[in-house]
Design a protein around this ligand. Structure first.
Ligand SMILES: Cc1cc2nc3c(=O)[nH]c(=O)nc-3n(C[C@H](O)[C@H](O)[C@H](O)COP(=O)(O)OP(=O)(O)OC[C@H]3O[C@@H](n4cnc5c(N)ncnc54)[C@H](O)[C@@H]3O)c2cc1C
Length: 407
């Protein structure tokens, strides 16, 4: 059996012991990235290793196999996963390759903006911010210094909002102390752009209002109904005619289907995701299951959102079904239960919308921040990662963030 997904492995290990099955996890990276905290790597609150969990650890402990390689195609008729290092035949496959950054075909996004998707992106953003401050610290030309210290973040979804808020905190609580030649009030500007008419367009409007208020307090310039039409080196243009000059441009405006899915000859949703039934089976086949960003699971007439919380819940359901199918038993339907949404808004501030049986409650400020931190501390896998997270959060709070221009 060939499978994808760390949470699936974790949920399977007690159901299908390694001795009983030949189970392989294939991934081009040998670690799982905990994306909800990637923005903290980008703003020096956490080192990269805090949010990367070794996949080999999970597979070795469970008695499964791990192969680090690129999957090039999945041939569902011949039951073969084609990889850069050869073919892997399978009886059952679980397809969970996630999604990729969507630049919507806008010229210059790929070349002149940094995306926020992978671990290397988070590190790249942090290094760019630090380099921009080093150069600005010795720049005598006022216009050039301002451009060095202008940051344009595109996409006011959760990634853009959390990044903007944390970037301001990095400046207020760490960089101000160590760059005495920089005038933070005069020279530093953070812009947050979105084509929608509000921040956090996919969240409950109450969370959007909480976030907007906080961003205003943090003097982040939010530009809404601003659809980016072109990015050039150091320049962002919008369809509405705005032009923003900035040295650092970060793109977090959405994701699209992983191109690997195009190689799978099974029915897809309009956006290219694999259509799955209530048992997470593609095209009703017991030998192909899919989950996470790659799967279009219908919920009240729409596919579930591409979120980690959805992927984790689906992985647990898929594990149950994989174990049943391997034993020759029928798969059972998965029932989606929404939990709510969380948004970090700086040092001791956040917004939380917690789903109830009917409706939801919303909270903000310190209580929401406590829920936010507690939730992610529990969700992160591995004792080592959790201990690092806790220690680095305390250190960042009291001693400042990671600001060396080092790997
Ligand atoms: C910056 C950021 C922040 C986010 N924050 C949140 C949040 O706060 N809350 C939330 O609920 N969701 C969040 N999300 C969304 C969440 O990360 C995804 O919904 C979730 O990771 C999807 O899980 P998945 O298992 O489908 O895919 P992934 O977690 O992306 O895993 C896919 C794996 O497949 C591997 N892979 C892909 N293609 C190939 C190939 N061809 N060959 C070999 N390996 C391959 C990749 O290396 C990767 O390890 C965030 C996303 C991003 C980018």
């Amino acid at each position: 059996m060939r499978v994808g997904g760390l949470h699936l492995i974790r949920a399977l290990e007690h159901r299908l012991p390694g001795k009983a099955v030949d189970l392989t996890l294939v991934d081009r990276q040998n670690y799982h990235l905990f994306t909800p905290l990637l923005y903290q790597v980008a703003t020096g609150e956490l080192p990269p290793h805090a949010v990367a969990y070794p996949l080999r650890l999970a597979t070795a402990l469970a008695g499964y196999r791990f192969i680090q390689t690129e999957i090039e195609a999945i041939d569902v008729e011949r039951h073969v996963v084609r990889t850069a290092d050869g073919d892997l035949p399978y009886d059952h496959v679980v397809v969970a390759p996630g999604s990729v950054t969507n630049d919507y075909g806008i010229p210059g996004v790929a070349e002149h903006a940094v995306a926020m998707k992978w671990l290397a992106d988070g590190e790249a953003v942090r290094k760019r911010v630090i380099r921009a401050f080093e150069d600005a610290a010795i720049e005598s030309d006022a216009a050039k210094r301002k451009q060095d210290l202008t940051f344009v973040l595109i996409g006011a979804g959760p990634v853009g909002v959390e990044l903007a808020s944390s970037l301001r905190d990095l400046m207020d609580h760490t960089l101000r102390r160590i760059y005495p030649t920089v005038d933070f009030e005069r020279d530093v500007t953070i812009h947050l752009l979105d084509a929608a008419d509000r921040v956090l367009p996919s969240f409950d409007p109450r969370l959007g209002r909480i976030a907007m208020k906080r961003l205003e307090q943090q003097k982040i310039r939010v530009l809404l109904k601003a659809a980016v039409s072109e990015i050039r080196p150091g320049l962002v243009r919008t369809k509405e005619g705005a032009e923003l000059r900035a040295r650092t441009i970060v793109w977090s405006a959405g994701v699209k289907t992983n191109p690997l899915l195009a190689t799978i000859d099974l029915p897809k949703a309009k956006d290219g995701r694999l259509l799955v039934d209530a048992r997470l089976r593609a095209d009703g086949r017991d030998d192909v299951l899919s989950l996470g960003d790659a799967a279009a699971f219908d919920y009240q007439g729409r596919p579930l959102p591409q979120l980690a919380q959805v992927a984790v819940m689906e992985a647990k359901a898929a594990a149950r079904n994989v174990a049943a199918l391997v034993r020759g038993q029928p798969a059972v339907p998965y029932v989606y239960r929404r939990k709510g949404d969380l948004i970090a808004l700086g040092r001791t501030n956040a917004g939380a919308e917690l789903a109830l049986v009917r409706g939801s409650v919303v909270m903000s400020g310190l209580p929401a921040w406590t829920v936010w931190r507690g939730n992610y501390l529990l969700q992160l896998l591995g004792v080592r990662n959790r201990a690092t997270l806790l220690m680095e959060w305390v250190l960042s709070y009291f001693s400042g963030r990671l600001v060396a221009d080092a790997p």
